[in-house]
Design a protein around this ligand. Sequence first.
Ligand SMILES: C[S@@+](CC[C@H](N)C(=O)[O-])C[C@H]1O[C@@H](n2cnc3c(N)ncnc32)[C@H](O)[C@@H]1O
Length: 316
Amino acid sequence: MAKAVKKQAKAKRRVRVVAADYIHGVADKNLDKLIAQKKKFKLIMTSPPYNMDKEYEKSNSLENYKLEIESIIKKLVTLLDKKGSICWQVGNYINPKTKEVVPLDIFYHDIFAKEKLILRNRIIWHFEHGLHASQRFSGRYETIMWYSKSDKYTFNLDDVRVPAKYPGKTYYKGEKKGQISGNPKGKNPSDVWKIVRSEWEKDIWEIPNVKANHKEKTIHPCQYPIELVERCVLALTKENDWILDPFAGVGSTMIAALKNKRNSLGIEKYIKFIRVGEERMSQYKIGNLKIREMGKPVFVPTANMAVARKPEHFLY
Ligand SMILES: C[S@@+](CC[C@H](N)C(=O)[O-])C[C@H]1O[C@@H](n2cnc3c(N)ncnc32)[C@H](O)[C@@H]1O
């Protein structure tokens, strides 16, 4: 057998069927169990519950919340592989009484910095749709805080490159004058994630927020899109690595892992979300789950569509 064919066959054998399992219960206790079992994870990715009065959480003071989450984050850091990363996806907390905006990434950064994690990127996830505010500007982004445990962390940039805006651009002076200046594999996708019609038409990506008309929408009040997780999975782990989501909801992290041949474990407090997550994974395995393809352009209405035309009675 030729060397290359042998290598390919070996790589194929290494890719086993991957695990994607839920633990039913609260994060705190179950993280202790995982620590006792000496488990390690290459990526911990989650969108944590916070005081936004969603149906699954009681409003709590930020102070109490901080104490609870600090203890969980400490445990997560213990479970993190030395080359591993944590991706913490959060938005803003709006105080229900004062309507003051508390940017949760700032709140969390204190905690992660105390644990000596190193911030690699504060990724802006921009989306177009959402509530229209009347007393402030409408919120149209959330963030992903990406931390590594050490300076030796996995980062597969080539696996997440996007097409360059000007692939034919050349050096205009110096020794390399006339040669192509960009990377033939595409460009770094940057820390602002927006997917529009085509990545090479606009510099930023947009991953549509998971709302009622999104392909992946379930009964969960605040899922994140699988596509958002996939970029982190591909960039920060290798095939067969282990990924943990301590607040797994309906399993979006686990589906992104499964789709990219990574093992995953999700902890979730409510059985109704686990049931939906398990059903989504079964549907994925038989090729029936509707998933928005990574990098797929966002729908933009054409000028002659009714929704794109300004009604005559509008004043502006
Ligand atoms: C923001 S949602 C995560 C949604 C998830 N990213 C998805 O796409 O489905 C947070 C989840 O944490 C769960 N949760 C809340 N407190 C928890 C706890 N102490 N332990 C484990 N899960 C908890 C909630 O039920 C909710 O499903």
